[in-house]
Design a binder for this molecule. Structure first.
Ligand code: NAP
Length: 262
């Protein structure tokens, strides 16, 4: 891949799922990893494995991206040799609940909006000025097929990912004339803790989401993220929309028991 060796890669939501897999994929390229999540113990136990996997260095920060003041002060307080962030992966995010909008849980809505939209904005606002100053950098946002097409019972999660797409496109326009790149990677279903979190820990319900089909793996998405970062500096991949072979869009799946196909 392109030269990511020694580059500082900041990944939010690196304690699990796509974020953790992305940390390993960048580690294999010899990057320096700046990892954030609320569960710092998880980040710390990943750090040793990431170094073994090839990371040049690992620095972890406990951070709730919903906390605007904490985001600003955490970025401000980074050790001087971690400040020049080359790649920001805005990955921290979640879904909560799957129900009709008119009976939806308002606290769930707020958690999704605060994390997926406002949290992403806070981190972007704190990191991108440095990239502009250095005239170098890459922001990679995690979107979703959910932002491409709304599905029933998921209006608010889908709205947060539609907002992510608008922010991604707006940021790219606002950075025109600089060498800072902006990409959204928009996966369909990926098997992670995502559904467990969505259903507030109901593992039986979460398992049903992935039943009778092959979803994407976090590693599939991580490889794609690294691929976008490894393009030559003048190439900006605006958007990658990706699903497993068993998904056509956010509404249409091939569940083998039902379809009889493969
Ligand atoms: P996951 O396994 O549940 O991981 C989510 C990560 O986000 C965790 O590391 C979690 O860490 C972190 N996080 C959540 N709230 C946070 C907060 N307030 N502050 C800091 N970190 C926070 O889920 P995933 O599937 O990897 O999801 C990662 C991203 O991919 C999300 O943006 C999601 O919307 C997107 N996505 C997922 C799928 C899918 O099917 N799985 C599809 C398309 C897009 P802590 O709990 O330790 O803070």
């Amino acid at each position: 891949m392109g030269n990511l060796n020694g580059k500082i890669v900041f990944i939010t939501g690196a304690s699990a799922g796509i974020g953790a897999a992305t940390a390993f994929a960048f580690a294999r390229e010899g990057a320096r990893l700046l990892l954030a999540a609320r569960r710092r113990d998880r980040l710390e136990s990943l750090a040793a494995e990431l170094k073994q996997a090839g990371a040049a260095d690992v620095h972890t920060v406990a951070l709730d991206v919903r906390n605007r003041a904490a985001v600003a002060s955490t970025i401000e307080a980074l050790p001087s040799d971690w400040k020049a962030i080359d790649v920001l992966v805005n990955n921290a995010g979640l879904s909560r609940g799957l129900e009709k909008l008119y009976v939806g849980n308002i606290e769930d809505w707020e958690e999704m909006i605060d994390t997926n939209v406002k949290g992403l904005l806070y981190v972007t606002r704190a990191v991108v000025p440095g990239m502009v100053e250095r005239n170098s950098g890459h922001v990679i946002n995690l979107g979703s097929t959910a932002g491409d097409q709304t599905y029933p019972n998921g209006a608010v999660y889908c709205a947060t990912k539609a907002a992510e797409r608008a922010i991604n496109d707006g940021l790219r326009q606002d950075l025109l004339g600089t060498a800072v790149r902006v990409t959204t990677v928009d996966p369909g279903m990926v098997e992670t803790d995502f559904s467990l979190v969505r259903f507030h820990g109901d593992s039986e319900r979460a398992a049903k989401v992935y039943q009778d089909l092959t979803p994407l793996t976090p590693e599939d998405v991580a490889e794609t993220i690294v691929w976008t970062a490894a393009r030559p500096a003048h190439v900006n991949i605006a958007r990658v929309l990706m699903t497993s072979i068993d998904q056509a869009n956010s509404l249409l799946f091939n569940r083998r028991q039902q379809t009889g196909l493969r």
